[in-house]
Design a protein around this ligand. Structure first.
Ligand SMILES: Nc1ncnc2c1ncn2[C@@H]1O[C@H](COP(=O)(O)OP(=O)(O)OP(=O)(O)O)[C@@H](O)[C@H]1O
Ligand SMILES: [Mg+2]
Length: 195
């Protein structure tokens, strides 16, 4: 399965989602994460060699693609319309992470407009949901009112995600009281894709 993670906004959890879904899929079959972002965030995350799957740059992935049943592509923020089209053509599923923040939601509605015209299989993932506010719930209602495809699972706002990235590990392998909960959420997203 080929899954691309894309969004018009930066900082919405694309790389975090790519890393954790790759970890989930790796439990099913060998999975390659292609870092197609010039910032190389996923490659930097993998530098300590503590991730349970392989991360390649776009250029470095060419010879590897055929060897991996599952491929996750992490992309840069603010893609050109053409990049959207290429990703749509080359992927089985596009995941569009968004936080409940209204600017991010606004960008998500814009992305959806572009994706709808491409007739691509896409699904929105709510990320960085702060359990102390109603933001997540309100965002879900807005998206559902438009009948947009949305993961049932949400990713909570937890500082442990950032700390795990600094340590070069996935959240499951980061020692924190909330790690199990956080990993459980990405696992649940994975199960919605490939049970
Ligand atoms: N669920 C979360 N809770 C708290 N912090 C998070 C969460 N997900 C991601 N972050 C943090 O938010 C920042 C942005 O996340 P990430 O790098 O995954 O987003 P991105 O969309 O890939 O960003 P960019 O557009 O810069 O590539 C990072 O510091 C990351 O550690
Ligand atoms: Mg990123």
């Amino acid at each position: 399965m080929i899954i691309a993670i894309t969004a018009l906004k930066g900082g919405v959890g694309k790389t975090t989602t790519a890393i954790h879904l790759a970890a989930y899929l790796q439990q099913k079959a060998p999975t390659l994460l292609i870092d197609a972002d010039r910032n190389r965030s996923a490659l930097i995350w993998s530098r300590e060699e503590k991730l349970p799957f392989y991360v390649a740059s776009q250029a470095g992935a060419t010879s590897l693609i055929r060897k991996y049943p599952h491929i996750i592509i992490d992309t840069r923020a603010r893609p050109e319309a053409e990049e959207f089209r290429d990703l749509a053509d080359g992927s089985d599923l596009l995941i569009v992470p968004t936080t409940p923040n209204h600017l991010d939601l606004d960008a998500t509605f814009k992305a959806v407009e572009q994706l709808s015209s491409l007739k691509v299989n896409y699904k929105i993932l709510l990320t960085k949901v702060d359990a102390r506010t109603k933001g997540g719930q309100q965002a879900r209602q807005l998206l559902e009112a438009e009948n947009l495809p949305l993961f049932k699972t949400e990713i909570p706002l937890l500082v442990a995600f950032e700390r795990a990235s600094h340590k070069g590990v996935i959240i499951r392998d980061y020692s924190d009281p909330r790690s199990a909960l956080a990993w459980g959420r990405y696992k649940a997203v994975g199960q919605e894709i490939l049970p």
